[in-house]
Write a protein that binds this ligand. Structure first.
Ligand SMILES: [Zn+2]
Length: 140
């Protein structure tokens, strides 16, 4: 078995998509649907929730791997689909917890909001699914 060419995280299994074709269980990419190397990867904006000790940073990026690597944190709590508009609405929603910049006090209210967004799927797996879905929309 080899790992998925798109997300690099899943090992494609038989009939994961229910249509008789091997597919990645993480992002849903179908084996044989090789992404065209000449096509730009789709832009997928996300709002991220990063915890560092008793604080949570709410920010946004279209390149979260690069962005998160540059921010000191202990835990990625969740991703939420969205750009600066969503980010701003979350900053307003949790303004009473704001400690400075994009950092907010990790009160139960904010922690449970992030947990509800994350659900049971690891954040990077959800992100891989969004990228694969956006790419499918681009090529079909
Ligand atoms: Zn995959």
């Amino acid at each position: 078995m080899t790992t998925c060419v798109l997300c690099g995280m899943g090992e494609p299994v038989a009939d994961a998509a229910g249509i008789g074709i091997r597919a990645c269980p993480v992002c849903g990419w179908l084996v044989g649907d090789v992404p065209d190397a000449d096509l730009p990867r789709p832009r997928v904006d996300v709002v991220y929730y990063l915890r560092w000790e008793g604080r949570i940073k709410i920010g946004t990026s279209a390149q979260p791997r690069r962005r998160l690597a540059a921010i000191r944190h202990e835990e990625l709590l969740a991703f939420e689909p969205g750009d600066r508009v969503v980010e701003h609405s979350r900053h307003v929603q949790f303004a009473h917890l704001r400690e400075g910049g994009e950092w907010f006090r990790a009160d139960a209210e904010l922690v449970s909001h992030a947990a509800a967004l994350a659900g049971a799927t690891p954040p990077w797996h959800r992100h891989a699914r969004w990228v694969a879905d956006a790419l499918r929309r681009n090529v079909s």
